[in-house]
Design a protein around this ligand. Structure first.
Ligand code: G3P
Length: 217
């Protein structure tokens, strides 16, 4: 399973890239707004200058023609851009047009197996089931990820990859990997939690103490 960083924070992306474990970035309008930046193009192009991998940038238009036009513009910002399109009638129509033009898309705000099925048939490059938001309302978000993975395997669908999104904690990442998600897109704090283990910290300090002791003896 590959790991993307789910953030629009340049600092977080710079830090995570140094670890060598991040192969892409996903953003959404809320994440860009959280950084107090109103120019999405500038943010996406800055991210593209840091990481050489897919960068999801979301479109906001609702009507089909406007959505397609906005998606073409967004995709021109960098060869690495993947256009994030929310599930809707116009969204699916846009994805089918964009995929025929060779523009990569990420079907976002995906909350059902049917939405994922329609997304892959329309030509989406990625589908993003939102695990945490389903968990929030008492559903099993990771069950949806497992079902989409199984559906794609049943039909040998290799043109669309599953991004487990709305990841909230390290256990989500483990489960996403176990059920076969192609990618988990994770917030920076989850990445740091994945690194930490109390036994590792205890082990490091014991090794250091033992070494110091023998130096002084
Ligand atoms: O990738 C989608 C993600 O940004 C949504 O996460 O935590 O707002 O549900 P969250």
């Amino acid at each position: 399973m590959r790991i993307f960083l789910d953030t629009a924070s340049i600092d977080e992306i710079r830090q995570a890239v140094k670890l060598g474990v991040i192969s892409g970035v996903t953003t959404n309008p809320s994440l860009v707004a959280k950084e107090k930046r109103a120019d999405m193009k500038a943010v996406i192009q800055e991210i593209a200058s840091i990481i050489d991998g897919p960068i999801s940038a979301e479109v906001l238009s609702l009507e089909t023609d406007a959505l397609i036009e906005e998606a073409r513009e967004v995709s021109s910002w960098s060869p690495n851009v993947v256009v994030k399109v929310p599930v809707s009638v116009s969204g699916l129509e846009a994805i089918s047009v964009l995929s025929r033009e060779g523009i990569r898309t990420n079907l976002t705000l995906c909350f059902s197996l049917n939405q994922a099925l329609l997304g892959t048939i329309a030509g989406a490059t990625y589908v993003s089931p939102f695990v945490g938001r389903l968990d929030d309302i008492g559903h099993d978000g990771m069950q949806l990820v497992a079902e989409i993975v199984e559906l794609f395997e049943n039909y040998n669908i290799t043109t669309t990859q599953v991004i487990a999104a709305s990841i909230r904690h390290p256990l989500h990442v483990i489960t996403a990997a176990k059920v076969g998600a192609h990618i988990a897109t994770i917030p920076y704090n989850v990445l740091t939690l994945m690194i930490k283990h109390p036994l590792t910290d205890i082990g490091i300090s014991h090794f250091a103490e033992d070494w110091q002791r023998i130096q002084k003896s």
